[in-house]
Structures are given as C-alpha cells and as structure tokens.
Design a protein around this ligand. Structure first.
Ligand SMILES: [Zn+2]
Length: 82
C-alpha cells in the first residue's frame, strides 16, 4: 500500500509498534500501519483515530500493550451490539 505525503512524494506503508504516553503510562500499540516520508522525516498514520482509541481502551482496561488488529475486532463487536 502506498500513500501520498503532503509534500507530494509517494510513501510506502509499513507496520510497526507505536509507543504512546497516556496519563503518565506508556502504552504500546502493536501492528500499527504507518507511512514514513524520507523527504519530510515525518511519520503519518491513516489510522490515527484508531490508535488513539486503542490507547484509551488499553488504559481503561489497565493494559500496557494492545494489538491494533485485535482492537479492531473488539470495536466491531461493540458496534454490532449497539
Ligand atoms: Zn513528505
């Protein structure tokens, strides 16, 4: 998968772990797809909302890490029951 950066350069997607500090706790989100632009030296996510939601979910459930794919399944289950 590729994406186009704001600078106009095509960037390739890769999967990586992402560590975020949330309310003083480090939470690792596993398997986060992201783009890295060598021109801008910047990372971008096309799943930013999901990553933030996953971090909040992990914090609420006292987890220190969460798999983004797993979280997507949890979320789909939740929206089904709503
Ligand atoms: Zn760029």
């Amino acid at each position: 998968m590729t994406n186009v950066c704001l600078c106009g350069i095509k960037v390739a997607s890769s999967i990586n772990d992402y560590v975020r500090l949330h309310k003083g706790k480090e939470i690792t989100v596993l398997n986060v797809p992201h783009y890295y632009c060598e021109n801008c030296k910047e990372y971008s996510f096309d799943t930013q909302d999901y990553v933030v939601a996953a971090v909040k979910y992990a914090h609420a459930n006292q987890l220190t890490q969460i798999d983004l794919n797993q979280f997507k399944c949890i979320r789909q289950e939740q929206t089904k029951t709503l």
